[in-house]
Design a protein around this ligand. Sequence first.
Ligand code: ATP
Ligand code: MG
Length: 398
Amino acid sequence: MTRTLPPQAWAATPGGGAVLGALDAANGTTRLVGGAVRDALLGLPVTDVDLATALSPGDVTKRLEAAGVQVVPTGIAHGTVTAVTPDLIMEVTTLRRDVSTDGRRATVAYTDDWREDAARRDFTINALYARLPGGGIDDWFGGLDDLGAGRVRFIGAPLQRIAEDHLRILRFFRFHSRFGRGEPDAAGLAACAARANDLMALSRERIRDELFRILVLPRAPETFALMLSLGVLKPVLPEILPARVPNLAALAAREAEWGAEPDPIRRFAALLPQRAGLGAEFGARLRLSRRDAARLDAFGIPDPLLPGDPHAAAYFSGVEVARDRLLLLGDEGRSAWEALANWEKPPLPVSGKDIIARGVSAGPEVSRRLQRFERDWVASGCPLDAARVDALLDAALG
Ligand code: ATP
Ligand code: MG
């Protein structure tokens, strides 16, 4: 790992240059912070550019607008504005310190002390600041050493930091999953285990977002095994049992082998008992979207058409649900999975009108016949040539 920031392509774009120039980055008035510094030092792609600045939000806005940069006051109440340029979007946040906290939200005040701004961040590896140009790093809490050693360590006393913001319990496991090597930091781990009940004070959306972000990580099985062994999830999701973790591990391996993107709902389903009604059960508890709840529901009930008849399964449940079910099913689903690779649901070549035209009088009988035709047509592989469609229609009306 380097100890200076490697050259950043975004900083050399006209938009990046304009923002850094307007906010006086060359003198250290504005610095790159957080995930962007951490990821760049590890040689990972930088996705979100977060800047910390000693300038007030009003001053930031004035300077950016004078430089022709569009400014959106996204979080102006807590000191964040978004700089929008054709090249990239950057978040600019004025240095802050916590005035009071209650486990869920913090009241903040602006400060001109960089160390204070660093001290309110969660982990040492997330509290690094980089000077641009040049790439010199400010590191008040040993974050560079921790990053190099793969240590996710709270800044300050873990119990106190968790009392300030309970979400840090889940963030500890998420960042350890991403960047940790070897055993997790013992004091941090013990504090997370001891305070697991505090998670219940958080909104379900925030818990869901963190858990789903952990679920799609490459080391999710290991991390869930760790959280479950410490009882961290018991207060919020007692249904998840350690015995289901191998199922998640098998799914993760299968996704990699079959070329499927990790998906949080699919991975979540792998950890749950197989039973009807999962969508209703967890949809409300985790504030899932209607669509995600419906997918979860589908994963609780095996589809008798799989793996034997993938096209019929996909026709009735949708390609995505069928493919997800196959991934969850196991290796016997592989060829059915391949069979659905570029498959699209064909349109039903017959309508109620065609059935009426053949002498069935309008009414419920029409839809009964149509359903029968659909079932037989799908079972025959959805043929579209007229002769076969006719023959199937004859059979459905006979
Ligand atoms: P990611 O790649 O997951 O976005 P990140 O480090 O950018 O990682 P964010 O959640 O985007 O994480 O937060 C940006 C920065 O804000 C963090 O690096 C950290 O310094 C600080 N931060 C975010 N959430 C908290 C928190 N709950 N407590 C303390 N500091 C936090
Ligand atoms: Mg981020």
